[in-house]
Ligand binder design. Sequence first.
Ligand code: NOJ
Length: 665
Amino acid sequence: MTLEEKLGQLTQLGAGQPEFSAAVGLVGSVLYTTGAAETNELQRATLAKSRLEIPILFGFDVIHGYRTIFPIPLAMASTWDPALGELAAHIAATEARAAGIRWTFAPMVDIARDPRWGRIAEGAGEDPFLGAAMAAAYVRGFQGNDLSAPDSVLACAKHYAAYGAAEGGRDYGPVEMSEATLREVYLPPFHAAVDAGTGTLMAAFNSLNRVPATANRHLLDDILRREWKFRGFVVSDYAGVTEMIDHGIAATPQEAARKAITAGLDMAMWDNSFATLAQEVRAGRLPESVVDQAVRRVLRAKFRVGLFADPYTDETRAAAVTLTKEHRDAARRIAQRSMILLKNEGALLPLPKSGKTIAVVGPFADSKADMLGPWSGSGKPEETVSVMEGIRSVTAVSQAMESADLIVAVLGEEREISGEAASRASLDLPDDQQRLLQSLIASGKPVVLVVMSGRPLTISWAAEHVAAIVQAWFLGSEGGNAIADVLFGTINPSGKLPVTVPRTVGQVPIYYAHLPSGRPANPGDKYTNKYADTPIGPLYPFGFGLSYTRFEYSNLKLSAPSMTMNDRLTVSAEIRNAGNRAGEEIVQFYINDPVASVSRPVKELKGFQRVALAPGEVKRVEFTVTRQQLEFWSDRGWLAEPGRFNIWIGPNSVDGLQGSFELLH
Ligand code: NOJ
């Protein structure tokens, strides 16, 4: 290959960019072109001009569905059911692949502990353990067992790394954090994605400890390639290489490109910066072997997805595999399990299917576009079920509030203020919606609040005054049907919060796995770790979610009082459905290391299981403790220290049965 041919393989452009037209046949990857006919046409033009007949790798943001849209990833994490995430990703891959796409820029696996950051919607929330489980599931779902199969696409774990920790929650902002926090909190989902075989990663926009992730050797080389043995390739984010100029670590695109590829970046998205590397090589500032290594990684991925065997897409396939009944059913099933019942005073829910007139009000009551969420692939509003439509398919709906017996208020945020470049300094309901809610409550009629949002909102007033609250996020194509299923009790809600809900934005960052203070928060003592003007603790804790039935936890058992470093231990408890409806409970397992050589989080999730229980049924749920779960990042690498550990099995991060065991040398 000539140097220009090599650099072309390391370049990703949009087909509409002038730089692309000038280099057809050279450019290795194209983003945003979709459709079997469209991608085939571009592929044909490329192969006709490519001396070595190297096909284009088409990439697209298939984040939570391609045409059948699934709940946003934050909602899918609320299912605490990785198998559902895997199913959604597999369906998305099937539809996307039929539209000529071979590579998705997903999963987004950024841990987010700051809901001001709009992209919290795209990930699995605040917890590394839940995040890692979802990350691995998405990778398996997208890639399947054979990357060249017609229902597989190459995955891209992003945004590597620590993008979710942007200062002030402002998107694209800098990140400074300790190596321990990076390793224990922000990296585990990436490591899980790599272990699950993700073919690619995307470097994040942010700087990490003053070095942009795009050119961060510690991330791209030390950790990713040397420690984790990643063999795929890394793409920059959109213009991430030239943005290094604004980060202040390069004066020209050429210098930025050299620094990025030298640090371990393989492909530049959008800015065509890698084309300038020819001069760097010729001037002797960049060994050509560095370019060769990146080219090898990219070409290997192209072989793995089967592009050399068949660069085209069957143009008849999409019609048969897109937005099928089976896909819609799956979207509905997942959406049903993504909702979280936050409050249900006086058992207002489930609503009766007949005999009452219901008014469905609020700006999102009949919105289809918002239901799709911030990344809607090729999803179409007209193929989406609104809340109003979902409810109307069950019972008669009155538009006039005056004549209604009950009100369902669908409030929250529009999809445009969630997702990328949608950071918010307030997490309240917008003023007009808050006023509307207050007037509904003033009417004296029972009100059910359905919150549609891409982030937890500070609904403190509602939590006090509204009888029933369902956190619905953005649920995708079948959202309205799924919401009706839950409101009318066809489905018993079972989702749990993958993120803490603050009372007020001033509490942010607030997350359950925080480090202890020498003066733990105490309402009776002024000089403790709290605010003077806000109650201690969140509005709703991580892991919280109610059901139409009640679950009781009892009989905590440990298989032994202690374990050695190479041993295992099992911890179990009985969960009983104490109500008169069948239901599913997400049972959670937490640990804490109360005395160690460094301060450890007050609690850390180390296991969870979704169990189905008939009324009166009891099941013993078991978790295994291994040394790995007890380790933390120290100056000497991962380390578990002997001593006592606390454990909890419970329904959320606050309640539960507590026990302890001893870790021996
Ligand atoms: C920028 C976003 O940060 C990234 O997530 C996305 O994949 C690219 N744009 C491509 O659309």
